[in-house]
Ligand binder design. Structure first.
Ligand code: SF4
Length: 156
């Protein structure tokens, strides 16, 4: 293909993406006034139904260092491969391996846990959000997360 056509096509794709990003940032959301949230460490989101707890190599390395074991040992004993990274293992009942009267690695918890409850699937509609509010007692308490902070979480 002609290089000029390739460059014009790439430029059109970038323009489309930038316009889409802008329109998503400019539109109104039910959380425009922000949402208060402070985790009570009740464990509702770390227990129950089994699920994926996505964790990157870098996050594994930090937790392994904290536990004073090698990353290799940590991966073998606490994780399994998932997509391009890993998932933390859970107990048979679905409880995260690190949940024991609160999160044992709270400051080092994976990004998936740090960004909860501000996940796309929870914020895609007010109805979805109201469902999450029923299970998470931390919503409505503590620190105010403003619109731009929430959109920033959604872009992660
Ligand atoms: S459900 Fe909410 S309050 Fe409970 S541990 Fe999860 S984030 Fe924290």
């Amino acid at each position: 293909m002609d290089l000029g056509i390739v460059l014009r096509t790439a430029s059109s794709v970038m323009d489309f993406k930038n316009n889409l990003d802008k329109s998503l940032k400019d539109r109104k959301y039910f959380f425009d006034k922000g949402i208060r949230f402070s985790c009570t460490q009740c464990g509702s989101c770390c227990t129950g139904e089994p699920g994926i707890i996505y964790i990157t190599q870098e996050e594994c390395d930090k937790i392994a260092e904290h536990l004073n074991i090698s990353s290799k040992d940590f991966l073998q004993s606490h994780c399994y491969p998932f997509e391009s990274a890993y998932s933390l293992e859970e107990h048979a009942d679905g409880r995260c391996l690190f949940f024991e009267n609160g999160c044992q690695i709270y400051d080092l918890r994976p990004s998936q846990c740090k960004t909860f409850p501000f996940w796309f699937k929870n914020l895609r509609s007010e109805h979805a959000w109201n469902q999450v509010c029923k299970d998470c007692p931390g919503i409505g308490k503590g620190k105010l997360f403003d619109r731009s902070m929430i959109l920033n979480y959604l872009s992660k």
